[in-house]
Design a binder for this molecule. Sequence first.
Ligand SMILES: [Zn+2]
Length: 149
Amino acid sequence: MDFPLLEITDDVRAEQWLHKYFHPNGLLCPRCGASVERARRFRQMRRSHVTNYRCHLCDKVYSVYSGTIFANKQLRPTQVILLLRGICKGESTAALARELELAYDTVHHLRQLIHRNALRLQPETPLPDAITETDEMFQNAGEKRRKPS
Ligand SMILES: [Zn+2]
């Protein structure tokens, strides 16, 4: 059963959440590094509902998606959060595409990019403790087990 997730979520609050998690040190102009306080609200995008900012110092237009895999994708903030949640929970690409009203290929491509980034961000050193917790198995898959005979 597919749920009407987009009808019960709030894009304004979702965009605030994305600001917090995509830019924990604050949203900065991708060209000159000025903070978003040195920019003005330029426009609200009709399709994605995301606010675009124009930097006062260099005129660069940017948004919460700038510098992320969601740049130029026209996804609503609620779609992005629910997509990330669904991928983390292991939901199928087909189900996510239907529930989030996205093309299958879009979800598939974003899933691949997210997995690639997650792999790149994994620590390369094994954990120092002798006991492995369940959640650690996903971080260091295969690094603590014995070599196969
Ligand atoms: Zn700038």
